[in-house]
Design a protein. Sequence first.
Length: 430
Amino acid sequence: ETCPTVEGGLGTCISVYECQPYIAVLRESRTNPNAVQLLRKAHCGFEGTAPKVCCPLPGFPEPQKPLPKPTTTTTTTTTTTTPKPTAAPKDATAVAQLSPEDFVAALPDPPVCGFSNASLGRVVGGVDAGLGDFPWMALLGYKSKRTQTTNWLCGGSLISSRHVLTAAHCIHNHEEDLYVVRLGELDLAKEDEGATPLDVLIKQKVKHEQYSATSYTNDIGILILDREVTFTELIKPICIPKDEKLRATTFEDYNPLIAGWGNTQFQSIYVTAVDMTEVSRRRNKELRSIIVFSSPGGAAATHLQVLQLPVVGNDYCMQAYSAYKAQKIDERVLCAGYKQGGKDACQGDSGGPLMQPIVSIILKETESKGVPRIFRPGEWSPTSHKTYFYQIGVVSYGKNCAEANFPGVYSRVTHFIPWIEQKVLGRTTT
């Protein structure tokens, strides 16, 4: 498999320990942050737990020696002090001590994130997803106090080796029973479909500080896992649209995808809470937020489902929900669904991702940097290795399920990029 190198040439994606030009970079990576940045730029995947880099083919430029670690100076003297050098590893065996996370940014970029084997074409109706189609899909597990069993009541998406993006309402009032995330699942009822599910305990639950349980505004949250997750072909993160052009896009008239194990049949109310007061309150409002996985009203799918939905304008959405005074349709949300009804996020999971395929075009004049380009409906080539999925929404709420003239409402991820970066990176990049 060929790939564009950091230097603008051509290379092959192989284990970093088999790429001689990068061995020297590895040796510097523990003491030189510039070397780490170079490794991240060259990173193209994993071979087991071993990071892979785009290794230059013969005749193409090799990576330049990383700039030395910046020295420190004081404002009172002209003396420059250099930290005491640390002995560098002498061979590839020594540098193998590096963890996979050293090669991946906290919020990774393509090709680490967003790559899918899906060959779906245009998905108008809900269909079964294939193995590895959406390797970032997550299930949120809640422990029943009565039976001590785990109920998978919400969805989410892996966005880093330690963070899962979900809806705030999946966390709200569930500080005690929400305890685990399942990654890599395909069919909840089968063990022979090739999936390798991984259950990871939750270390911390973070919901947006301004989340409103009444209006569902700022309905976004992050789960911090108690350990790093190693990326595989069946478990890897979705991309977050950090690029300025993507953040400025409304996505109106695009046809993103949703996926999940949610209900596929109409029910009068969608809740996970067992508190009957809450059930009664939401029944009166006729708005659903959390989607259950099984109930007398309609069986949930055990196999991961995928569906394509059109994004509609916020003006249309605002008019649709005008009778619901508590709900706010503004720059914090986007809406998607067929105006005639019939298809909605009931095929997905509350807290799950709304996903847009985007192509990164490699251009020499941009020094081989990936330039994101949004794929218009009908243009997407699923077999393209340069097509990556970006999360543009988080399933939040809607009226009943796929009711005509009531599109589903999603938290708009591009609006919350600063908040996501603050929680994941401890800072914002803008």
